[in-house]
Design a protein around this ligand. Structure first.
Ligand SMILES: Nc1ncnc2c1ncn2[C@@H]1O[C@H](COP(=O)(O)OP(=O)(O)O)[C@@H](O)[C@H]1O
Ligand SMILES: [Mg+2]
Length: 303
């Protein structure tokens, strides 16, 4: 297959890992910087250009979209969809998972357990919202934060009210969420490829920290999820229409809750902590999808 990896650079661990896995399977791999693409949009004639030439003869695209380029990434994927290219990540799936409110709404609509979450209207009483969440402390999250930036734990209502007012004045959109204290600063990352959890790890926040992001110094250890957690992770990934995802689970007193879903999950932490070649699993999945599409198009009555 001729596969494009949309990435900001081939030196990045995840990109490198995918290049090696793809070449190992005998595929031709091209790394394309998404900021260098030009779109031509015309009725029936739309094109996608790279270095002044149309990007043609591509069998599949693996988008690796960083959080600083979500909107651009979605536009690029939409153009790929427009010219009929197969993308491992759909534009709508990227946008739905990057917005923390939209993600919670999608999950809840499929009856998937999530931490209780509140989006505050302008005149809603903040103290009432806190009561609704079971009292202090509560979590406040900016909608498109990442690596734990913009995730705050608030212990007193005066600080909470001034913080929410500040966010409101600056136009930053936030959600409030119940704090799952019993998770004790740990979360569980299920790496889902297709309809299978291919690897899982536990991330434990460093002492004095409640956020278990590896970028904040959390430690990672391999782990076997329960059947219930695996099933939940696969359902969550499907609810967001993702083929490859990193599903983050909190173990709460009410059972497992889905906290977040990552559409471009990093491979470094999970491959190094579990020793599982996830990039290889992604390539196998891509090959399966490609063959399925090929078979479909050769047997389609429209042909
Ligand atoms: N409701 C919650 N209860 C307890 N801990 C939470 C909750 N929400 C987030 N956290 C902690 O904060 C970290 C970052 O939150 P997350 O929603 O994943 O944002 P980000 O996109 O910045 O990673 C999580 O990994 C988890 O450890
Ligand atoms: Mg997270």
């Amino acid at each position: 297959m001729r596969i494009v990896i949309l990435s900001r650079g081939s030196h990045l661990y995840s990109t490198q890992s995918l290049i090696e896995a793809g070449r190992g399977r005998g595929h031709e791999i091209l790394v394309v910087d998404l900021t260098q693409l030009t779109f031509i949009i015309e009725d029936g004639e739309s094109k996608i250009m790279y270095n002044d030439r149309p990007l043609l003869g591509i069998d599949a695209v693996i988008p690796r979209i960083g959080s600083s380029v979500t909107q651009l990434g979605a536009s690029v994927i939409r153009q790929l969809e427009l010219v009929g290219m197969y993308s491992l990540l759909k534009s709508s799936a990227l946008l739905n998972s990057r917005d923390k409110l939209r993600c919670m709404q999608k999950l809840a609509s499929e009856n998937i357990a999530v931490p209780k979450t509140i989006w505050l209207g302008n005149h809603y009483d903040i103290r009432r919202a806190v009561d609704e969440l079971g009292g202090l402390p509560v979590i406040v999250k900016v909608l498109e934060g990442t690596h734990g930036n913009g995730v705050l734990l608030l212990n007193d209502d005066k600080t909470l009210i001034s913080l929410l007012n500040l966010f409101h004045k600056s136009g930053e959109k936030v959600i409030m969420q119940e704090f799952i204290e019993e998770a004790k600063g740990a979360d569980f990352r299920a790496f889902v490829v297709g309809d299978k959890v291919v690897a899982a790890m536990k991330r434990q926040a460093s002492p004095g920290e409640f956020r278990s992001n590896l970028h904040r110094g959390a430690s990672a250890t391999p782990l076997q999820l329960t059947d219930e957690e695996e099933e939940l992770a696969v359902r969550a990934s499907r609810a967001l229409n993702l083929e490859v995802s990193g599903v983050d689970i909190l173990r709460s007193a009410k059972g497992p809750l889905i906290m977040e879903i990552n559409a471009s999950p990093g491979l470094e932490g999970i491959e190094t902590s579990t020793g599982i070649d996830i990039a290889f699993q992604i390539m196998l999945h891509l090959e399966q999808q490609f063959n399925r599409q090929k078979n479909y198009s050769t047997t389609s009555p429209l042909e």
